[in-house]
Design a protein around this ligand. Structure first.
Ligand code: GTQ
Length: 373
C-alpha cells in the first residue's frame, strides 16, 4: 500500500517534498507569520477519498441501561437541563460526536418530571426506547410517545420533554447535529422566558392533521423548512414496511428500507438530518456498500449483526451502532423466523444539498467483506 501511494504521489503530482535543513527553517519562518507551505499538508487535507476519524462502535443497551437509570438518583432535570448520557466516538471525543458530525445520547425521565423548554440552532430528534407516558411539546404541539415512536424537534422550535405522573420511567435516544452546527460556528441557544411553553394546539394534532397516508389537509399553508408531521408512530411505520416487503425485492444493501419524509414536500424530515426504518426479512443478509454521510442505527426489533469495515458487530433490540462515512457495511438478520428492524438517522440531507453524496458497492468476494475481527 505504501509503495502504491508513493508511486501515485510521483506520477500524479501529489506533494512529495523531503525536508532539508533549509526547508525546515523556511517553514519556521512562515509559521511566524501564521502561514504555511501547502505541500506540507496537501496530502492530509486533500485525501484521495473520504477519511473518517470516526470508528464503528456498538453501544449495547444491556451495558448502558443501568448507568442511564442511575443518573436519575444523581441529578435532577432542572439541574442538568437535559439528563442525558451521550455516546462518545473514540475518534471524535473532542467534538462530543457519536459519529462524524452527529451527536447522540440516551435521555431518561421519571414520571412527573419535566425538562425546561429551550430552542437552539441544532435540529433534534428522539426515538423512544422504553417506558409509558413520555411526551414532547414542539412550538405548542404536544405529542404523546410510545416505544419506537420517532419525534422531531427541528432547529429553532421551542421544545420540552416530560413524563406524565401516571407513566413509568422513560428512556429515549436523542439525535442532534450539534457537532455540525458547532463546526459551522452557527450555534445559538436560548431558554424559554417562562421556562415552559403553553400547549396551544390539541394534543397529537400533528399526526391527526398530517399522519394520513398520502393525504394532505385541504388548503393548508405549511411553508416551514421542516416536516409538519412531528411524530412518526411505530405501528403505521411497521405496517408500511410489512406491506412494502410483500411486494418488493428490497435493496441489495439495506433490505426493505423506507425514508421518513416531510409529507408536505416528500423530502427529508429536517434540513440537516434524515431518517429511515429498514426491515431485514428472516435470514436476510445484505451486500456491502459504502457511501459518504454518517449514520447512527438503533435496533428497533429483532437481532442480527452488521459488518462494518471488516468488523462484525452482533446486535439485539435497543442496541445502537454507527457507520462512519465511506465505511463498507452490510447487515444480517440472525433469525430465520422473525424480521429485524433498524431505525437510522443520518446527515444525508447535508450530503445531498452540498452535492457531496457518493456511493459504491463492494465488488469483490461476492459483495461481502472478509471479516477481520
Ligand atoms: O432535548 O434538546 O441529548 O438540546 C442534547 C442537547 C438533547 C434536547 C440532548 C439537547 C437535547
Amino acid at each position: 500500500m505504501a509503495r502504491y501511494d508513493a508511486y501515485r504521489e510521483e506520477v500524479l503530482g501529489r506533494a512529495n517534498v523531503s525536508d532539508t535543513p533549509e526547508l525546515v527553517s523556511y517553514y519556521e519562518e512562515l509559521a511566524k507569520f501564521e502561514t504555511g507551505a501547502l505541500w506540507t499538508v496537501a496530502n492530509k487535507i486533500e485525501p484521495w477519498q473520504p477519511q473518517s476519524d470516526s470508528v464503528p462502535v456498538l453501544w449495547r443497551y444491556k451495558d448502558l441501561r443501568e448507568h442511564v437509570l442511575r443518573s436519575v438518583d444523581l441529578v435532577k432535570p432542572e439541574q442538568a437541563g437535559r439528563r442525558v448520557i451521550y455516546l462518545n466516538n473514540p475518534g471524535r471525543r473532542e467534538v462530543s460526536a457519536a459519529v462524524g458530525w452527529l451527536y447522540s445520547g440516551l435521555q431518561v425521565m421519571h414520571p412527573g418530571e419535566v425538562a425546561t423548554a429551550h430552542r437552539h440552532s441544532s435540529s433534534a430528534l428522539r426515538f423512544i426506547m422504553e417506558g409509558r407516558g413520555a411526551y414532547t411539546i414542539v412550538d405548542g404541539h404536544k405529542m404523546t410517545l410510545g416505544a419506537n415512536d420517532f419525534v422531531l424537534t427541528p432547529n429553532g422550535t421551542w421544545h420540552e420533554h416530560g413524563v406524565s405522573e401516571d407513566g413509568t420511567p422513560c428512556i429515549w435516544q436523542d439525535g442532534l447535529d450539534i457537532p455540525l452546527v458547532n463546526a459551522l460556528e452557527a450555534g445559538f441557544y436560548a431558554v424559554h422566558p417562562d421556562l415552559h411553553q403553553a400547549v396551544t394546539f390539541p394534543v397529537n394534532d400533528s399526526t391527526a392533521s398530517w399522519g394520513g397516508a398520502g393525504l394532505r389537509p385541504y388548503g393548508d399553508s405549511w411553508s416551514k423548512p421542516y416536516s409538519p408531521l412531528f411524530k412518526y408512530e411505530w405501528e403505521p411505520t411497521y405496517e408500511a414496511l410489512r406491506r412494502y416487503a410483500a411486494t418488493t425485492a428490497g435493496s441489495p444493501y439495506d433490505g426493505v428500507i423506507m425514508n421518513y419524509v416531510n409529507p408536505a414536500t416528500g423530502g427529508p424530515v429536517m434540513s440537516t438530518i434524515g431518517a429511515s426504518m429498514q426491515m431485514l426479512r428472516p435470514g436476510e443478509k445484505t451486500k456491502a456498500h459504502r457511501h459518504t454521510g454518517s449514520f447512527i442505527y438503533q435496533v428497533a426489533k429483532g437481532k442480527g449483526y452488521s459488518v462494518i469495515n471488516g468488523r462484525r458487530f452482533d446486535w439485539e433490540e435497543r442496541d445502537i451502532f454507527c457507520v462512519p462515512s465511506w465505511a463498507f457495511h452490510e447487515h444480517a438478520n440472525a433469525s430465520e423466523s422473525e424480521d429485524a428492524c433498524l431505525f437510522c438517522f443520518n446527515d444525508l440531507p447535508v450530503m445531498h444539498a452540498l452535492r457531496l453524496y457518493w456511493e459504491e458497492a463492494l465488488v469483490d468476494n461476492d459483495g461481502h467483506q472478509p471479516i477481520v475481527a
